[in-house]
Design a protein around this ligand. Structure first.
Ligand SMILES: [Zn+2]
Length: 97
């Protein structure tokens, strides 16, 4: 697992750039390489994979919600933090020609 590199100059994207792209700006916006300004768009397979991951995270939580609210919250937050931190290593981008 590694973070996507620029297809043009091979400079690695930062964790922050990819996180912002996936979780804040959404899939329609491109990532711009800060070295050579090449625009990168997320692959369809990455989008599907991330959607499945979110589903796999939420479904067991709904099935096995613990009795104590505090414990449930702790699990939900931990799951989502892990999920969010994993996405930059999953998301793959391509350059539009
Ligand atoms: Zn570049």
């Amino acid at each position: 697992m590694f973070i996507q590199k620029c297809k043009n100059c091979s400079k690695e994207f930062t964790l922050k750039t990819v996180l912002k792209s996936v979780w804040v700006e959404g899939y329609s916006k491109s990532i711009k390489c800060d070295h050579c300004n090449t625009k990168h768009y997320i692959n369809m397979t990455s989008r599907i994979f991330i959607a499945i991951l979110i589903g796999l995270t939420i479904m067991p939580m709904i099935k096995h919600i613990p009795n104590t609210i505090l414990y449930a919250l702790l699990i939900i937050i931990t799951y989502f933090l892990l999920l969010i931190l994993t996405t930059p290593f999953i998301a793959r981008y391509h350059v539009k020609k």
